[in-house]
Design a protein around this ligand. Structure first.
Ligand code: IPD
Length: 266
């Protein structure tokens, strides 16, 4: 087995255990631990506990690797691998009792900086539906035993597209303007609330495309590999001067150029 396949298997194993812990904690009730970048940006006690589990399991299995997690920060490793982890992607859905949330784990090589790394292994696990999306570089993207491919053609009615909005109200006008520019090529727009699942849905043909300005590295690290291994297109555009909000776009190759043109505002 290649390194990518080995790390995929490890990511899958840990994501499933982490997802079960998140689901159990949700059934027991959710406590908001703090707000982060904005009032709407929350972290629950479960986010922290689930990330601690993932970090401990990775440290045990691969002590030499680096780590970059949403809740517990970054640590450089001595190997070429860094794990990029969102313990509960879709935290607001989770807090509200909506099933649209997932554990997202990626192994990347190279500089541990979004846009510069290369993702080699990924697991995105949605514990309520028990859906496990996984990918290894060169080995395809899979949902359970089913190999995934993005939609080759998009309906004449337009693409089924998804997006997301930042937590900071000051960014909402720009995000809404982006949706207005994309709308002419859409049959409809979805806002699922968990970026890793938006990417997984593009990979599996449940969506034709997804775009969002302002994703954090752990929101797209695993999902981007799912999309490219399913034959889709992905691009990361670094933030423009004076902003910390990169643009990420993923879609069927048939609409990618048009979607990027519409979504890019600078
Ligand atoms: C958020 C979700 C959401 C996206 C936000 C992300 P979190 O991640 O992925 O769909 O629109 O930009 O921050 O905070 O739930 O881990």
């Amino acid at each position: 087995m290649s390194l990518a396949h080995d790390l995929e298997a490890l990511a899958v194993d840990i994501a499933q255990d982490a997802g079960e812990l998140a689901r159990t904690r949700r059934l027991e009730g959710v406590a908001i631990a703090a707000t982060k970048s904005a009032l709407a940006d929350i972290v629950t006690l479960a986010d922290r506990e689930v990330e601690a589990l993932i970090r401990a399991r990775l440290a045990e299995a691969r002590p030499e690797d680096g780590f970059l997690g949403e809740e517990s920060g970054a640590e450089r490793g001595s190997s070429e691998v860094t794990w990029v982890v969102d313990p509960i992607d879709g935290t607001v859905n989770y807090a509200y009792g909506s099933p649209q949330y997932a554990v997202s784990i990626a192994a990347v090589v190279g500089e541990p900086v979004a846009g510069r790394w290369e993702a080699i292994s990924a697991a995105v696990y949605a514990p309520v539906s028990s859906e496990l999306f996984r990918a290894a570089r060169g080995g395809g993207a899979w949902l359970g035993e089913q190999r995934l491919t993005v939609n080759a053609e998009v309906s004449a009615a337009g693409g089924l597209l998804a997006t997301g909005f930042g937590y900071d109200p000051a960014t909402h006008a720009g995000d809404l303007a982006r949706v207005a520019r994309v709308m002419p090529m859409a049959r409809d727009i979805r806002r699922g609330g968990a970026a890793s699942l938006d990417f997984a849905y593009v990979a599996s043909g449940r969506l034709d495309g997804y775009f969002e300005r302002g994703l954090a590295p752990w929101d797209h690290a695993a999902g981007a590999l799912l999309v490219t291994e399913a034959g889709g297109s992905f691009a990361f555009f670094p933030p423009p001067e004076g902003s910390d909000r990169p643009l990420t776009v993923a879609s069927s190759p048939s609409i990618f150029e048009r979607l990027v043109d519409a979504a890019l505002d600078d």
